[in-house]
Design a protein around this ligand. Structure first.
Ligand code: APR
Length: 225
């Protein structure tokens, strides 16, 4: 079966990475627009670069959790694509081979001059770190107000999926939040989240629990399909 997995920050919560909107969300102490918008970067690039340096350092300290691994194992039986709003590389490290990052990748940076000049980057990024054209490098992250270039690809992948599994997203940030609308009416939808923003229906099965306990239950349910 073709399976599209839509994941959000809750997917990485049990790996120790904060979500955005839970009480201890990442934005605490930081107004979203000051650390995750082009205007914020323009106004105070050092604040923004340091915000992402902290997150990059933390990412290099944590590991994929058992839900990341369970989703990677699904590839043995099915055609799986992970479509994630997360900028971490935990799905890749868990072994998923097809990962679409809608909001960019924390371990990559790009030129502010030529936006398709993208580099792998695992250390701090500071003012004065320039691309080969001598322009400042910035995090390869989709900031608020910026385009989501992978959206069309993601819509098609959801439209052709037999099963959609949604894990750990509050479904509050568009256009990613609207992706599930592109599932066809015959698609089975599973949703794993301790505070689900969607209710069960004839084709939506909700597991109101954490990823590490809910994802295995979805995988069991798939076996019965
Ligand atoms: N397992 C599964 N889900 C969890 C867990 C867990 N252990 N802990 C929390 N959650 C759920 C929360 O209930 C919530 O629904 O994860 C979701 C996290 O929602 P958000 O913090 O809004 O994260 P997300 O939906 O990924 O945010 C979308 O907003 O801030 C921007 O660009 C950023 O990609 C991000 C986007």
């Amino acid at each position: 079966m073709k399976i599209a997995v839509l994941t959000g920050a809750g997917m990485s919560a049990e790996s120790g990475l904060n979500t955005f909107r839970d009480s201890n969300g990442l934005w605490e102490g930081h107004d979203v627009m000051s650390v995750a918008s082009p205007e914020g970067f323009q106004r105070n690039p050092t604040l923004v670069l340091n915000f992402y340096n902290e997150r990059r350092r933390q990412l290099l300290q944590v590991q994929p959790n058992s839900a990341h691994i369970a989703l990677a194992e699904l590839e043995k039986e099915h055609e799986v694509v992970i479509i994630t709003q997360n900028v971490d590389d935990l799905h890749e490290r868990a072994g998923s081979s097809r990962v679409v990052h809608l909001h960019g990748e924390l371990l990559k940076v790009r030129s502010t001059f030529k936006e398709d000049l993208i580099l792998d980057w695992r250390e701090d990024l500071n003012l004065g770190d320039f691309c080969e054209f001598n322009h400042q490098l910035r995090p390869h992250i989709v900031w608020f107000g910026e385009m989501v270039p992978m959206m069309e690809v993601a819509m098609e992948l959801v439209a052709e999926a037999d099963v959609v599994i949604i894990v750990g997203t509050s479904m509050q940030v568009y256009p990613a939040a609207g992706l599930v609308q592109y599932a066809s009416y015959t698609t089975e939808i599973y949703f794993v989240d301790p505070n689900p923003s969607m209710g069960s229906s004839e084709r939506i099965t909700v597991f109101a629990e954490k990823a590490t306990t809910g994802v295995p239950k979805v995988i069991d349910a798939l076996k019965k399909l």
